[in-house]
Design a protein around this ligand. Structure first.
Ligand code: PRP
Ligand code: URA
Length: 212
């Protein structure tokens, strides 16, 4: 049974397969980046099941028909820097014209508290459906603050996607933002004393960009 009404966990064999390679410490930077992108694309498909479609008239070579389209211009992507950047292309594969905003957050390594250091959002963001993306949901501090930052700028429709989540982070987001649908590919066991997800995949930003 679903524990939190707003949290959707994918139980898809293809995602499980790809996440298992992502976790492997021997997976190199290039493959890691490609996997993050592929998993995000699959998650994007799955998270769009409830999207509102607009009826439009289409003329086929044979006749006119009423068909349905997603209003693509109303979609935006907001990665939480840095690691969220790795997910942007995955959403762009499905919605290539989506505008991109950026929220910069880092975790203070001692307190584990998130700090916002950058925020630049596309014009008209208030009226868009925003995909907030970050591969890791650990304590939930970064996601909760990023959601607060978007809401305080008038954004009303948000979907948050994270690839790996700790139960602690899911609980924090469900409590602070019960109105936001959250899509998670895999739920892990717990956090260690440094706030890392176990078994996890290590530091997503470092593995994406080869900083360590
Ligand atoms: C990582 C990750 C999330 C955050 C999750 O970012 O990408 O943003 O930690 O942790 P939380 O749920 O406890 O807030 P990090 O702060 O390491 O920054 P980086 O993306 O620049 O590496
Ligand atoms: N951020 C990461 O990149 N990995 C974790 O396990 C926790 C936070």
């Amino acid at each position: 049974m679903q524990k939190y009404k707003n949290i959707f966990i994918f139980d898809h064999p293809l995602i499980k397969h790809k996440v298992s390679i992502l976790r492997d410490k021997n997976t190199g930077m290039k493959e890691f980046r490609e996997l993050i992108e592929e998993i995000t694309t699959i998650m994007t498909y799955e998270s769009m099941r409830d999207v509102e479609l607009l009826p439009i008239e289409v003329e086929t070579p044979l006749e006119k028909t009423v068909q349905y389209r997603i209003p693509e211009e109303s979609i935006a992507i907001v990665p939480i820097l840095r690691a969220g950047l790795g997910m942007v292309n995955g959403v762009h594969k499905v919605f290539p014209t989506a505008r991109v905003g950026h929220i910069g957050m880092y975790r203070d390594e001692t307190t584990l508290e998130p700090r916002e250091y950058y925020c630049k959002l596309p014009e008209g963001i208030e009226d868009k459906m925003v995909f907030l993306v970050d591969p890791m949901l650990a304590t939930g501090g970064s996601a909760c603050d990023a959601l607060r930052a978007l809401k305080s700028r008038g954004v009303k429709r948000i979907k948050f996607m994270a690839i790996i989540a700790a139960p602690e982070g899911m609980e924090a987001v469900a409590a602070a933002h019960p109105d936001v649908p959250v899509y998670i590919s895999t739920v892990d066991r717990c956090l260690n004393e440094h706030g890392y997800i176990l078994p996890g995949l290590g530091d997503a930003g470092d593995r994406l960009y080869g900083t360590k």
